[in-house]
Ligand binder design. Structure first.
Ligand code: NAD
Ligand code: TDX
Length: 332
């Protein structure tokens, strides 16, 4: 088993992936993470010391990145500024981390001929109409809407260019919306769960009719591990679990599961340029690599996630007031 360098491993999906690799392989893992507001060492507690190492640092630090990449067989690159609303308030860290950071890692992978897997998002494809029978595929043209998704699209294009021009041994995956334990409470599902647990009302942007295609973070991790092990160099794989739901339905499920009336939410200011619908066709990943999600039932996965936030208040409580104060400034 190769040794993994996981960037952004103190974040939501990165920390899930680290646990997944340690549980399902005999590989060792090094995490490189800057510990921005979104990184949390508490998400990596209890991992085996003989197989896990944490390095605090910036993926734009070329010397550090070069030193670490030289010492590993495989880089899995999760580190990013990841929240659309933040990118609308201040795009600059998104350009720094998502573009310069990816470039810095690619240069190190090129110099050391290190296998590289790039984590990206379905948002690079823009959005779909609610009644469009189509879903995104690997052939869908890029059409990003927000500063966040534009920088992720740019990072994907850098990876493709480094494959073609310099022979970097890279793959890319574009995944739909993740949910599950350890997700930062600025994001939709954990924000609403912790609102209800905190005696606040859930906040829906616009009319709540935007659709997201939900996948449990564990299923994202199993797909990434499979692509890292068996994916074809230069290829892109879309990851999704057929989990389309509109935001209103998700909020009403959370309210009901927590014993509140289904109409106990507020409609608030809409997101600027708010993408209407995302939907993934993951046929390539399923047929070529034999992947299937474990959390096929979104309602069951959501109930488990609610229980996790109920039982891990110490993990999210320190951030709650600051997150809500920031949203309040923009009427959300
Ligand atoms: P997150 O915001 O929870 O975590 C990001 C992590 O990256 C944090 O630990 C942060 O400290 C670290 N980081 C940020 N800037 C850094 C830098 N310059 N150097 C080193 N570390 C840095 O994000 P997430 O939701 O776990 O997303 C992880 C990846 O998955 C991102 O690339 C994102 O675009 C992609 N993705 C996310 C979703 C989703 O639904 N959350 C869906 C598809 C793809
Ligand atoms: O309070 C809220 N109320 C609300 O209605 C918040 C925070 C969000 N929303 C809406 C906006 C979206 O339609 O919920 C939906 C999901 O919002 P986010 O959790 O912010 O996710 P999204 O913008 O869809 O992007 C997510 O999926 C793709 C991740 O944050 C990205 O990193 C990933 O690339």
């Amino acid at each position: 088993m190769p040794d993994f360098l996981v960037t952004g491993g103190a974040g939501f999906i990165g920390s899930n992936f680290v646990r997944h690799v340690l549980d399902h392989t005999d590989a060792s893992v090094t995490v490189l993470d800057k510990l921005t507001y979104a990184g949390n060492l508490a998400s990596l507690e209890g991992l085996p010391e003989d197989r896990f190492r944490f390095v605090q640092g910036d993926i734009c630090d070329a010397d550090l990145v070069d030193y670490l990449v030289a010492d590993h067989d495989l880089v899995v690159h999760f580190a990013a500024e990841s929240h659309n609303d933040n990118s609308l308030r201040d795009p600059s860290p998104f350009l720094h981390t998502n573009l310069i950071g990816t470039y810095t890692l690619l240069e190190a992978a090129r110099h050391h001929d290190t296998r590289f897997h790039h984590i990206s998002t379905d948002e690079v494809y823009g959005d779909l109409e609610l009644d469009d029978p189509a879903r995104f595929t690997e052939a869908t043209p890029y059409n990003p809407s927000s500063p966040y998704s534009a920088t992720k699209a740019g990072s994907d294009l850098l990876v493709r260019a480094w494959v073609r021009s310099f022979g970097v041994r890279a793959t890319i995956s574009n995944c739909s919306n993740n949910y599950g334990p350890y997700q930062h409470i600025e994001k939709f599902i954990p924000r609403q769960i912790t609102n209800v647990l905190d005696g606040r009302r859930p906040k829906l942007y616009g009319a709540g009719l935007n659709v997201r295609d939900w996948i449990h973070a564990d299923d994202h991790s199993s797909a990434v591990l499979l692509i890292a092990q068996r994916g074809e160099i230069g290829e892109t794989y879309l990851i999704g679990a057929d989990g389309e739901h509109n935001n209103l339905d998700v909020v009403q499920s959370i309210l009901t599961m927590l014993g509140q009336p289904a109409d106990a939410f507020d409609l608030v200011a809409d997101r600027i340029g708010h993408d209407l619908r995302y939907a993934i066709d993951s046929t390539k990943l399923r047929t070529e690599l034999g992947w299937a999600p474990r959390f096929a039932d979104f309602t069951a996965g959501l109930a488990e996630t609610i229980s996790w936030y109920r039982e891990h208040e110490a993990w999210w409580r320190p951030q709650k007031d600051a997150v809500e104060a920031k949203y309040a400034e923009s009427g959300q």
